[in-house]
Ligand binder design. Structure first.
Ligand code: ATP
Ligand code: MG
Length: 324
């Protein structure tokens, strides 16, 4: 039996290189393997916790679909859908809310981080891990590839699944294995903190040359002079740049930082060149999908139909288990 894989990405803003290296690239590779039955979705319900602009959400959802397809997602072997096309995710989230301990949610990084940034902490943001648990448990996923920023949410999903199974004396839910890509650390944003769609610190994956250039110029640096030796691992430009390099190129770049003599201006120009070269082929496909929205919509509708069939089956069982 294939292992069920589930992964979502919020339509809360522009896809950035952190999303690509932290999630999308691996998801695409895994979804091509016979070992996995992949479900990849656009988390538009989740995006409501940070975005209240309908047009922006619609555009972000569409752009995200184009981005995934441009990066190589094969919709014939993946259940690729919009979360809101399967409204029972929210019903399941409600059911899971009733077995989720509040103190556990109070410890969630996502909530604490956004709150610390002064973003309004609505109840949706607070219960975000419960909706995420519903996304995962709905399809009995055993594999959830996530970036390091999401490990805690997987742990919570396991906890919530266990609570539900014990409360209703059932084995309705599979407790998912945590699945983290070991080689991808959290990609820093232009301000040095975690790159996040909703933090305004991104390097967009499919921006124009000018937009990408502006973002790269904006990467925060310290005050060291060109001649100073620099430690690559604590340097934001390097930490982003290394994602685009093979081993040999990486070694050469590290040496340039360590030897001294590399100005930040030059380091940023080199980063920009690497990004533009890297994305060129994907960009062409992205533009194709952007100019063929009906094709993208048809792919999502088909995926939604497949996902709904599975979700309906699960909800029938869960409603019976809880007495609804
Ligand atoms: P938001 O600000 O709305 O939370 P986000 O940029 O954090 O958006 P998500 O939709 O929450 O993106 O996450 C999508 C996927 O991208 C997740 O698997 C997450 O682990 C991964 N991801 C997000 N940001 C990074 C990052 N900076 N580095 C590595 N992976 C990341
Ligand atoms: Mg996030």
């Amino acid at each position: 039996m294939k292992k069920v894989l589930v992964s979502g990405i919020q339509s809360s803003g522009r896809i950035h290189i952190g999303n690509y290296f932290g999630a999308m690239r691996q998801n695409i590779v895994l979804s091509q393997s016979d070992e996995f039955d992949a479900h990849i979705f656009i988390a538009d319900y989740h995006s409501m916790t940070s975005l209240t602009d309908a047009e922006a959400r619609r555009k972000s959802s569409f752009d995200l679909a184009c981005a995934y397809l441009a990066c190589g997602l094969d919709s014939s072997s993946v259940t690729f859908f919009r979360q809101s096309d399967v409204p029972s995710h929210t019903e399941l989230a409600w059911i899971l809310n009733t077995v989720t301990p509040m103190p556990m949610l109070e410890l969630a990084h996502s909530f604490k981080d956004k709150q610390a940034r002064g973003l309004e902490a609505n109840v949706g943001l607070f219960t975000y891990p419960v909706l995420m648990a519903a996304d995962i448990l709905m399809y009995n996923a055993s594999v959830v590839p996530v970036g390091k920023d999401q490990i805690q949410h997987i742990e919570m999903t396991r906890e919530i699944a266990g609570k539900f199974n014990r409360a209703y004396n059932t084995e309705a839910f599979t407790v998912p294995q945590e699945y983290v890509m070991t080689d991808v650390a959290i990609v820093p944003g232009t301000d040095g903190q975690k790159m996040s769609k909703s933090y305004g610190n991104v390097i967009p994956l499919f921006g124009t040359d000018e937009e990408i250039k502006r973002a790269v110029i904006g990467v925060v640096t310290d005050s060291s002079r060109p001649e100073d030796k620099k430690s690559p691992d604590s340097n934001n430009i390097y930490r982003i740049h290394k994602l685009f390099l093979n081993e040999e190129e990486d070694k050469a770049l590290r040496a340039r930082y360590e030897e001294g003599g590399l100005s930040y201006k030059e380091a940023k120009e080199a980063l920009l060149a690497s990004i533009l070269t890297f994305i060129a082929p994907m960009r062409e496909k992205y533009e194709y999908y952007q100019s063929n929205p009906a094709e993208v919509e048809a792919i999502l509708e088909e995926g939604g139909k497949k996902a709904r069939a599975k979700a309906d089956e699960m909800m029938k069982r869960i409603r019976q288990v809880v007495g609804l």
